[in-house]
Design a binder for this molecule. Structure first.
Ligand code: SAH
Ligand code: SF4
Ligand code: F3S
Length: 483
């Protein structure tokens, strides 16, 4: 993973995902593919599907873009800066193209979906533009480019879930893997571009999800993260699945499968397989889900529950469809059912349209109330085509947005440290992920609440569970000894 860089500002969803090249080594004389992924975990998971599709066509992957015949960028549009990063990268590839005219440069993902043909005109370097629901068409589109034309497919589907495609695990530590359980988003948060770039929400059939998780466990993986923009609205029934065939053959099941059911099914694969999930939406997270987490020891006690703001008027303008009081009620439910030890994290946006200083203070006071373990924090970036762009004035000066953001970041740092101090002298079950970043003498892994724990190496290897007594901490890490 040494090529990866943490860059919160281009991240989409909450996940502790590193931006930057997703690379795997290739072999043989076949055409070579180089792919880089940006944005949220869903994009990283999609790149694993893209590799799978193109490997079937005889492509090998390379970690060196100078050796590539096809360069693909899987892109993010969530904030303006994310798109700027991609544009800069495209210009870097322009040089490679000059030396190698047959080189194909393609843009995948959310920026492809948002800008469509415009990308071909704006960025003369680009040959191929493919939206998130059109990856099955990649082999044809590459052929079109081979024949000397540009190729675009940004068709958004109501049913595509790539359920039958086995992702090729990239940059994997062999311990943790992502599983997409749904695609798209039917919410219309006024600041957000995702409903436009990812299309309508649809849930993947539960059998293929459980099969994928079981197969990962059999390969030695010990942790899966179930991914969706709003996992709490996961819902599947044979009748609502438009593709249907596979499931009907495989099961006579007629009952609707909710997220709580799905969690339980994945948890039952094996008690040594940890389950994580992201993202939970405050309006949809049910007590049923919380009780399911409590029932299974291997479902992690960690909930990423983005608040965005602590003020009800701003939440209404954001079209989040909950109030501050509702959010607090959900946090109280988490504490009542799962206790203080459950990790809770958030996403926060500062300087949204018309936000006053008092309303910004409400965000800080909500943070104090919840004592988030962690947050991803951003200043508001207006996105073309969103409800906020059409209806609201982006009227908070950049300097004010940034100052409020720094206050939110300072607050979070203090809270993270306090929460970690609360973990001192406690023993946690940790899944070993590999050597610690700072020293080979130490290993690192996470506890159930998703906190990074560092401890002496001993004879342990990744994928094992150990119990660690925490003796020291920083705001980001717990440090301890195996007991
Ligand atoms: N589905 C998730 C969020 C996905 S986007 C949810 O509903 O919580 C990840 C995060 O990016 C959001 O939670 C939000 O905090 C941030 N974000 C989205 N659009 C943004 C914008 N226009 N400006 C700044 N941050 C934004
Ligand atoms: Fe965007 Fe809201 Fe959907 Fe999250 S729930 S992806 S913030 S529209
Ligand atoms: Fe993810 Fe960015 Fe798209 S956050 S869904 S890659 S806009």
């Amino acid at each position: 993973m040494e090529n990866l860089i943490v860059d919160i500002d281009i991240m989409g969803m909450e996940l502790p995902i590193e931006k930057g090249p997703i690379l795997i080594g290739g072999a043989g004389n076949s055409r070579k593919l180089y792919i880089e992924s940006y944005g949220c975990a869903m994009n990283f998971a999609d790149s694993e599907i893209v590799i799978s599709i193109l490997q079937q066509e005889g492509f090998a992957t390379t970690t060196d873009f100078a050796l590539a015949d096809v360069i693909l960028l899987n892109t993010c549009s969530i904030r303006e800066k994310a798109e700027q990063t991609i544009r800069t990268r495209l210009h870097q590839f322009n040089k490679a193209k000059k030396n190698k005219p047959a080189l194909i440069v393609g843009v995948l993902g959310c920026m492809a979906e948002r800008l469509k043909e415009k990308l071909l005109e704006e960025e003369k370097i680009v040959d191929l533009v493919v939206g998130p629901d059109a990856y099955r068409d990649l082999p044809n589109l590459v052929k079109t480019v081979d024949d000397g034309q540009k190729a675009v497919n940004t068709f958004l589907s109501r049913e595509e879930t790539y359920a039958d495609i086995s992702p090729v695990r990239l940059n994997s530590n062999g311990v943790s893997a992502f599983i997409s359980i749904m695609r798209g988003c039917d919410n219309m948060c006024s600041f957000c571009v995702v409903p436009f770039t990812r299309g309508r929400e649809r849930s993947r059939d539960p059998f293929s999800i459980v099969d994928e998780a079981r197969s990962l466990f059999e390969q030695g993986y010990r942790e899966v993260t179930l991914l969706g923009q709003n996992v709490d609205s996961y819902k599947w029934s044979p009748n609502t699945d438009l593709k249907g065939k596979l499931q009907i053959e495989r099961s006579a099941e007629t009952a609707i499968v909710s997220f709580a059911h799905l969690l339980a099914r994945v948890a039952e694969i094996h008690s040594d397989l940890r389950i994580r999930f992201s993202t939970s939406h405050p309006k949809d997270i049910t007590d049923d889900v919380l009780h399911t987490i409590k029932k299974y020891e291997n479902i992690c006690n960690y909930i990423h529950l983005p608040a965005q703001s602590g003020n009800s008027r701003i939440l209404k303008l954001m079209n989040r469809t909950y109030t501050r009081e509702w959010y607090i009620n959900r946090v109280d439910a988490i504490r009542n059912i799962l206790g203080e030890a459950c990790g809770i994290s958030s996403d926060m946006i500062t300087g949204f349209c018309s936000e006053t200083e008092e309303e910004h203070q409400d965000t800080l006071s909500l943070m104090d109330y919840v004592k988030f373990d962690f947050s991803y924090m951003f200043f508001y970036s207006e996105r073309p085509g969103t409800l906020a762009h059409k209806k609201l004035d982006d009227n908070i000066p950049l300097a004010v947005k940034k100052r409020r953001l720094s206050e939110v970041i300072m607050k979070q740092k203090t809270l993270s440290h306090q929460r970690n101090i609360g973990d001192l002298n406690k023993v946690f079950k940790v899944l070993v992920e590999g050597p610690s970043k700072k020293s080979d003498e130490f290993l690192q892994g996470r506890n159930s609440a998703n906190k990074m724990v560092v401890f002496p190496r001993h004879q342990l290897s990744k994928g094992q569970y150990v119990h660690v007594l925490v003796r020291e901490c920083t705001s980001a890490t717990l440090i301890g000894d195996i007991v």
